[in-house]
Design a protein around this ligand. Structure first.
Ligand code: HAM
Length: 430
């Protein structure tokens, strides 16, 4: 009996994991350029952390969390996102007392019990960044520029960044009232969920994907039109700073995001060719969150990108095939195995990528396998080579065999030097 994996939980196999590693390496490089530092966080937190930050009436907290009661009775949950944990750690370790501004990034799995479909998993992975300790619009511009540079370095040229302002504690209550009034006026046209949302969390009305509700949306009031003067000035300054860099995100006045902690600037990255789950990433400002989680009144802004969705976008593009090993060592028979093991070990210690074939197969099948691996050179170790202490090397690109290209004791550099010097006396067509 086979034991299958769980619905919505995927394995990332070697071909795919290479693409992931490439994404993470490039992300790390860009984060370091912006002087962000990595933070590694636990995957399990107290459920209360997510209730208080993401919001009790959000879909995530209401129906998507993987929660359980620990043996000591505490309510714990697998994290559905990273920001809450970053701020929990920021407060717990009083990072604000060490430096006025913290710039943190993270990679890792998140868990949401959503209905699985293309691009939507129950365990998925995020690349995220948080800039904590600045409330000025230049910080928003910095984070959006970082996001822009990340996408460019990943080779994703056609994603669209959409922005909105969500107002703050001063102006959002009046907007909320306007939204409720609008919703009540259209009550009979709203879906069942939205009728419930109307009183509990009216901003969620703008997030509904039901055709009836989306058709109604253009008549809804817009936050931009209700923003107080400081919120409006903040938003305009962010957009002006970005425009100075030639970046003009699209204004999406009905974007509200699925988490309740946002204020002012909010944004999403929409990818092409992803179907219904088109958001590659999202983020925004969360100025009250540090305070709500027991810390001082410190502002913050950040974003997270979904790694599976990034990989899907890149898979349809021209993701370069990873290079094969530099050397494949093909021992012919058990007698050649000790010499083959020693040579492979020496070359690997010298930094070369080496694959060592098992000795019991024919030269032909070893060659076929080496070609499949994408080897640059195959080193053949048979009886003749062992007796004379030399190597036969097949150059897989030039399709040449070179006898005595180097001795059995050659270092990686000597071997490379010997192979780089053509010697027709030693070569024959493979
Ligand atoms: P979010 O929009 O909930 O934001 O998630 C960010 C990204 O994670 C999404 O755009 C998507 O690419 C990916 N994602 C979310 N759910 C799934 C899923 N079920 N399957 C696959 N991918 C998924 C946040 O999580 C915020 N913490 C972002 C943030 C950071 N805001 C401020 N700082």
């Amino acid at each position: 009996m086979k034991i299958p994996s769980i619905k919505g939980f995927h394995d990332v196999l070697p071909g795919e994991s290479r693409r992931w590693a490439g994404l993470e390496a490039r992300a790390r490089a860009v984060f370091e350029q912006y002087n962000f530092h990595e933070i590694r966080l636990p995957i399990v937190e107290r459920t209360e952390l997510f209730q208080r930050s993401i919001g009790e009436t959000t879909d995530i907290v209401e129906k998507e969390m993987y929660g359980f009661t620990d043996r000591d009775g505490s309510a714990l949950s697998l994290r559905p996102e990273g920001t809450a944990s970053v701020i929990r750690a920021y407060v717990e370790h009083a990072l604000h007392a060490q430096e006025p501004v913290s710039k943190l990034y993270y990679f890792g799995p998140m868990f949401r019990r959503e209905r699985p479909q293309k691009g939507r998993l129950r365990q998925f992975s995020q690349i995220g960044a948080e800039l904590i300790g600045r409330e000025d619009p230049a910080a928003d511009a910095e984070v959006l520029l970082l996001l822009h540079d990340l996408l460019a370095d990943f080779g994703i040229a056609d994603a669209e960044v959409q922005v909105n302002t969500l107002g703050d504690a001063t102006c959002r209550p009046a907007y909320r009232t306007a939204l409720i009034a609008w919703g009540r006026a259209h009550r009979s046209e709203l879906c069942e969920d939205c009728v419930r949302r109307l009183e509990q969390n009216p901003l969620r009305l703008l997030d509904c994907k039901q055709p009836g509700c989306t058709a109604l949306r253009p008549s809804a009031p817009r936050m931009v039109d209700h923003a107080c003067e400081p919120c409006r000035a903040h938003f305009e300054r962010v957009l002006a700073l970005l425009a100075g860099e030639g970046i003009e995100p699209r204004l999406q006045p009905y974007m509200v995001r699925g988490l309740d902690y946002y204020v002012r600037t909010a944004f999403e990255v929409i990818g092409r060719g992803l179907g219904a789950q088109s958001a590659l990433g999202g983020g925004g400002r969360y100025d009250g969150l540090v305070r709500d989680l027991g810390g001082p009144d410190i502002a913050g802004i950040g974003f997270a990108l979904g790694v599976e969705r990034l990989a899907m976008v890149l898979a349809t593009g021209s993701a370069a095939e990873p290079a094969g090993p530099e050397f494949v060592i093909a021992p012919l028979g058990a007698l050649a195995e000790p010499a083959a093991t020693a040579l492979a070990h020496r070359l690997r210690r010298a930094g070369a990528r080496v694959d060592l074939e098992p000795g019991g197969r024919s030269l032909k099948s070893q060659m076929r396998h080496a070609a499949k691996l994408g080897a640059r050179y195959v080193i053949i170790l048979g009886e003749d080579e062992l007796a004379s202490g030399t190597l036969t090397v097949r150059d897989m690109e030039a399709k040449l065999d070179r006898r005595q290209a180097a001795s059995l004791r050659a270092t990686a550099d000597e071997l490379r030097a010997a192979l780089a010097t053509p010697d027709p006396g030693l070569e024959r067509r493979a």
